[in-house]
Design a protein around this ligand. Structure first.
Ligand code: PMP
Length: 405
C-alpha cells in the first residue's frame, strides 16, 4: 500500500521549514522536488564517472557514454517507444517543442498552411508555432474550450483541414488540470493524415504513457516535472518522421563527416543532439523514472485523485472562492480566486504560513483572457502531499479572507 509518510522521507526538502513553519509544497506544476536517490545519482556522476560522452577511448568516457545510452533505453521502455533512437535528449519541454517547430516547420510547412493548437496551451506550445507561422506565412488555429475548461471537441473536425500540417496539444492543462481525451483527438487527426504532437509536461508524472498505444507522432516532456533534475527533457518522435526532418542545430556529435564543401549528418538520435548534451542529468532522469516505477502509477494516480477530491471539496466550502477548471477528468491541480482579493496577496499570505502556491498567469495568458481574469492562485499537488497540508492551505485561505475580505 502507498505510505505517504515513508515516501516523504525520500525527499529531503520536504522536511524543511519556511518562515518558521513546516513547508507545504503545492507548486508541483512548476517543478517537482527530488528524491535523495536522484540527488545522489547526480553527485555520483560528478564524483565518480564524469567525462564527456561519445568522444573518448578512455575508461571514464566509456562509463559515461554507457550510462547515458542506458538512460535513453530506460526512457524508451518507460514510454514504450519502439526504438531507442526515437528518444532525443533536449533541455526540456520548451526545448523539444522549439526543436520540432523549427525542424518539422522547415521541412513540411509552407505559406498558407495551418497549425492547430488549443486554447489552453502553455506559452511553450504557442509561441514556437507562432514564430514558425511568421517565418512561413502560415496560420495558427485554435481549438476552443468551454467554461468548465474542456475542449470543444465538436470543433476539432472542422478545424482539421487539408491545410493543417500538425496538431500540437497538451495532454493535461497546467492551469485548469483538464485531462484532454488525446487518444480520440489523435485518431481524428490521423483520419485526415495529420501528425500530432502531445505536450506531456503535466501528464508524464501522473499517468502511464504508452506512445505506441497513443500512436502520436511526437511526445515531449521535462525531467524536472517528474522528480528529475532541471535542464533535461525528452523529445520522442516516430522514427519515420524524425528521419525526414532536418537537424535544428549544427555542431559536434550531430555529424558523420564534415568538409568545407559538404557535411553529412549523423543518424538518429544524434542528428538532433548537437554539442555536449546534459549527460549527467539524463542519468538523473533515468533514476527518477526507476523511482516512479517502484512507487507504481496505480498507487500514484489513486492517491493523487484522493488528494484532488479532498482539496476540491474543502476549498469549495469557502465562500467567494471560485475554481477555474472543473472538467470531469482532472489532474491534481486547482486554480482558484478569492473574490475581490488579488492572487498575489493570497500567495504572499500563504507563503508566510509555509504554504507554497503559484500565482499569476502560469505562462498561459490566452486561457486567462478567455476567463477574463489577470491570473489565478494555483495549488498543484504531488504524491508526497498530505491531507493535513490541504487543511493548512484551507485554513490559510480563511486567514487571507479575514485579512483582505
Ligand atoms: N507545457 C506545459 C503544459 C507546462 O506545464 C510547462 C511547464 N510549466 C511547459 C510546457 C514548459 O516546460 P519547461 O519550462 O520545463 O520547458
Amino acid at each position: 500500500m502507498f505510505d505517504v509518510n515513508s515516501v516523504r522521507k525520500d525527499f529531503p526538502i520536504l522536511g524543511s521549514t519556511v518562515h518558521g513553519k513546516p513547508l507545504a509544497y503545492f507548486d508541483n506544476g512548476a517543478t517537482t522536488q527530488k528524491p535523495q536517490c536522484v540527488i545522489d545519482a547526480v553527485v555520483e556522476c560528478y564524483t565518480k564517472t564524469n567525462s564527456n560522452i561519445h568522444r573518448g577511448v578512455h575508461y571514464l568516457s566509456d562509463q559515461s557514454t554507457e550510462m547515458y545510452e542506458n538512460a535513453r533505453k530506460n526512457i524508451q521502455q518507460f514510454i514504450n517507444a519502439r526504438y531507442s533512437q526515437e528518444i532525443i535528449f533536449t533541455s526540456g519541454t520548451t526545448g523539444s517543442i522549439n526543436a520540432i517547430a523549427f525542424s518539422f516547420g522547415e521541412k513540411f510547412v509552407k505559406a498558407g498552411d495551418e497549425i492547430l493548437i488549443s486554447a489552453m496551451e502553455h506559452h511553450a506550445n504557442i509561441v514556437p508555432w507562432q514564430m514558425l507561422c511568421e517565418r512561413k506565412n502560415a496560420k495558427l488555429k485554435v481549438i476552443p474550450v468551454d467554461e468548465n475548461g474542456e475542449l470543444k471537441l465538436d470543433a476539432v473536425d472542422s478545424l482539421l483541414t487539408e491545410k493543417t500540417k500538425i496538431l500540437a496539444i497538451t495532454h493535461v492543462s497546467n492551469v485548469l488540470g483538464t485531462v484532454n481525451p488525446i487518444k480520440a483527438i489523435i485518431d481524428k487527426a490521423h483520419k485526415k493524415g495529420i501528425p500530432v504532437l502531445i505536450d506531456g509536461a503535466q501528464s508524464i508524472q501522473h499517468v502511464k504513457i504508452d506512445v505506441q498505444e497513443l500512436d502520436c507522432e511526437f511526445f515531449v516532456f521535462s525531467g524536472h516535472k517528474i522528480y528529475a533534475p532541471t535542464g533535461i527533457g525528452i523529445l520522442y518522435g516516430k522514427e519515420e518522421w524524425l528521419n525526414q526532418m532536418p537537424p535544428y542545430q549544427g555542431g559536434g556529435d550531430m555529424v558523420d563527416c564534415v568538409t568545407f564543401e559538404k557535411t553529412y549528418y549523423n543518424s538518429l538520435p544524434y542528428k538532433f543532439e548537437a554539442g555536449t548534451t546534459n549527460y549527467v542529468d539524463a542519468v538523473g532522469l533515468s533514476v527518477a523514472i526507476d523511482y516512479i516505477k517502484k512507487l507504481g502509477f496505480d498507487n500514484i494516480a489513486g492517491y493523487e485523485k484522493d488528494l484532488l477530491e479532498y482539496a476540491t471539496n474543502k476549498l469549495q466550502t469557502i465562500e467567494g472562492l471560485k475554481i477555474y477548471g472543473t472538467a470531469a477528468d482532472k489532474g491534481p491541480v486547482i486554480s482558484f480566486l478569492l473574490e475581490n482579493i488579488h492572487p498575489y496577496d493570497t500567495g504572499m499570505i500563504l507563503d508566510k504560513l509555509g504554504v507554497a502556491v503559484r500565482t499569476g498567469t502560469h505562462c498561459a495568458q490566452p486561457i486567462m483572457d478567455f476567463y477574463e481574469i489577470e491570473g489565478t492562485v494555483r495549488a498543484s499537488m504531488a504524491f508526497y502531499n498530505t491531507f493535513e497540508e490541504i487543511d493548512r492551505l484551507y485554513e490559510g485561505l480563511l486567514r487571507v479572507k479575514t485579512m483582505f475580505g
